[in-house]
Design a protein around this ligand. Structure first.
Ligand SMILES: NC(=O)c1ccc[n+]([C@@H]2O[C@H](COP(=O)([O-])OP(=O)(O)OC[C@H]3O[C@@H](n4cnc5c(N)ncnc54)[C@H](O)[C@@H]3O)[C@@H](O)[C@H]2O)c1
Length: 258
């Protein structure tokens, strides 16, 4: 039984998709959740993630945050720390830029890196600094991707950003382990969210065909691993990347008799 009562979790990009599922799941385990997102604070309480948590009897608020803005990250995290103390950070905010290297403009490259790499760095630095200053243990879960462990044709900037997130996870994992701060990552495979709505039916079928269990994940299935990595059950897991991908990374892409 995972009990996060008395803990405060910050979930970036928690307005929808994996972030929303993570926020709802952490709240259901008893955490107070702060949804730090570009839009959740603007959504009506009937549809916002924090509104849904409160309706279910949990404790949550939404704060406006663009993770690419270092000053905004600093001041937002300082305010959350002062009010509640940060125990868990889920670095989930992300964007997907497609294109091979030669098709990627400077602008797209930097947009990809600003959100996925710089944003993860700014938020992790702010949360871990607060934990260290308070002498408090904590958990950081970075939402990486199978594209951070294997190259993915046509997603050059995205893969690069996710490889960087995994590098940051491993490095911060070892740097802060002795302080009782666990930094780990989850590497989702293909997940049913707005981000993957870019794939049409034939591409979807092909991707399902490459996945040993034949299915995409629900956001909830990723949130369940985020919950584990946010809890004391993972206290001895350091700088690790947990794939939740239906076996995609394990498989060899060979089709016999096809
Ligand atoms: N969907 C998948 O198949 C899949 C697979 C592997 C990894 N991921 C990763 O999971 C994470 C969530 O993806 P998703 O599928 O739920 O995507 P999504 O597009 O549904 O949600 C992304 C969230 O990030 C927020 N966001 C984007 N830019 C932001 C910024 N600058 N500041 C603050 N918030 C920002 C959005 O508001 C949104 O809430 C991403 O990091 C993504 O790369 C997704």
């Amino acid at each position: 039984m995972i009990d996060l009562a008395g803990k405060t979790a910050v979930v970036t990009g928690g307005s929808r998709g994996i972030g929303r599922a993570a926020a709802l799941t952490l709240a259901a385990a008893g955490a107070r959740v702060v949804v730090a997102d570009r839009s959740d604070h603007r959504a009506p309480a009937e549809t916002s993630t924090s509104g849904e948590i409160v309706r279910r009897g949990g404790s949550a608020s939404s704060v406006p945050l663009d993770v690419t803005d270092p000053d905004a990250v600093s001041s937002t995290f300082a305010a959350i720390e002062a009010e509640h103390g940060i125990d868990v950070l889920v670095n989930n905010a992300g964007v997907l830029v497609s294109g091979s290297l030669t098709d990627t403009s400077d602008e797209d490259w930097h947009r990809q890196m600003r959100v996925n790499v710089d944003g993860t760095f700014y938020c992790m630095r702010a949360a871990v600094s607060a934990m260290l200053a308070a002498g408090r243990p904590g958990k950081v879960v970075n939402v990486a991707s199978i594209s951070g462990l294997r190259a993915n044709p046509g997603f050059s900037a995205y893969c690069t950003s996710k490889f960087a997130m995994i590098g940051m996870t491993r490095q911060a994992g070892i740097d802060y382990a002795a302080h009782g701060i666990n930094v780990n990552a989850v590497a989702p495979g293909f997940v049913e969210t707005d981000m993957t709505a870019i794939y049409d039916a034939p591409v979807r079928r092909a991707l399902e065909g490459q996945t040993p269990n034949g299915r995409w994940a629900s956001p909830q299935q990723i949130a369940d691993t985020i919950l584990y990595l946010s809890s004391s059950l993972s206290d001895h897991v350091v700088g690790e990347v947990v794939a939740v991908d239906g076996g995609w990374l394990v498989a060899t892409p060979v089709q016999v008799g096809a």
